[in-house]
Ligand binder design. Structure first.
Ligand code: NDP
Length: 279
């Protein structure tokens, strides 16, 4: 039976550590505040935003909500971001994605001051990751690193295969594994013989966005399997990009969905918010 990597427990540990840090910072007179912007009322985004605000409350930082109507213009949103950039009481700014189709997502990300970009999406922060300098790292991949480290899984020297090359998961994930001295292969929709490549992995990280796509045939016996995917099935239950029932018996360690990578994203967002307080 595979070791179950418990994201719920690890994310709770991280939030408790952050709560202590915030108490100490508050005692030194340093306060934290995150501005959370949501445009429109997409139900999934509303759930994410609510959970982020709840996590802020838990660790002891203030959150300021900006709920803007769907018909907000891009200029109005950019003006708000610029105001928040200048506001010394705000350490972190996040704009919940996706934004409505009439807005340019990249332009919005670029407008957030890099030192307040707690999502780690600004090209300056992405660039810092590429060249190994300090900056905010995208929360989901940063959370995967914490899952591995805190579960006692060695990364250095291991062959890590990342399936997916999105800007928010796959690419930063590969860079972080490289930073941890893994040998890294990145796969995508044009990879020839994906199964054979995945089967070479000591650590297989899947962020492909296709329910249960990764079956037992993709996994080497004893491999660590990290499932970033999250999907709502017809019966209402959640599943990942990995077929857990098939893969668990052959994996050495595996993340469940839910309760694996999911809870880590918000914990790492909180980590970035606390880092923003100390800058
Ligand atoms: P994207 O859709 O942006 O990227 C998917 C990637 O998978 C692309 O690079 C794509 O390749 C690749 N891909 C698609 N089909 C195949 C295939 N058949 N074979 C090989 N590669 C393929 O997704 P995200 O990175 O944003 O998210 C991935 C998953 O993670 C989703 O399920 C999402 O819901 C989940 N997620 C979970 C989070 C969490 O907190 N747990 C946070 C963020 C995402 P190509 O580039 O060639 O198109």
């Amino acid at each position: 039976m595979a070791q179950l990597i418990d994201g719920k427990k690890i994310s709770q540990e991280i939030k408790d550590e952050l709560k202590e840090k915030v108490e100490k910072l508050n005692a030194e007179g340093i306060e934290g505040a995150l501005a959370v912007i949501q445009v429109g009322n997409d139900p999934a985004s509303s759930v994410y935003v609510r959970n982020k605000k709840r996590a802020c409350e838990y660790i002891g930082i203030r959150s300021e909500s900006y709920e803007l109507p769907e018909e907000t213009t891009e200029d109005e949103l950019l003006t708000l971001i610029e105001t928040l950039n200048e506001d010394p009481k705000i350490n972190g700014i996040l704009c919940q994605l996706p934004v409505p189709a009439h807005m340019d997502e990249n332009k919005i990300i670029r407008t957030i001051a890099p030192e307040k970009d707690v999502d780690g999406f600004h090209t300056q922060n992405v660039g810092a990751l590429v060249v190994g300098q300090k900056g905010f790292v995208s929360c989901t991949p940063a959370g995967v690193i914490q899952l591995l480290k805190r579960s006692g899984i060695d990364i250095a020297g291991k062959h890590c295969v990342v399936v997916g090359r999105s800007n928010i998961v796959g690419k930063p994930m590969a860079l972080l594994m490289l930073k941890e001295n893994a040998t890294v292969t990145i796969c995508h929709s044009r990879t020839a013989d994906l199964k054979a490549v995945c089967k070479q992995a000591d650590i297989l990280i899947v962020a492909v966005g296709k329910p249960k796509m990764i079956t037992a045939e993709y996994v080497k016996e004893g491999a660590t399997v990290i499932d970033v995917g999250i999907h709502r099935q017809e019966d209402g239950k959640l599943c990942g990009d990995v077929d857990f029932e098939q893969v668990e018996p052959i994996a050495g360690a595996i993340t469940p969905v839910p309760g694996g990578v999911g809870p880590m994203t918000i914990a790492m967002l909180m980590n970035n918010c606390v880092e923003a307080m100390t800058r």
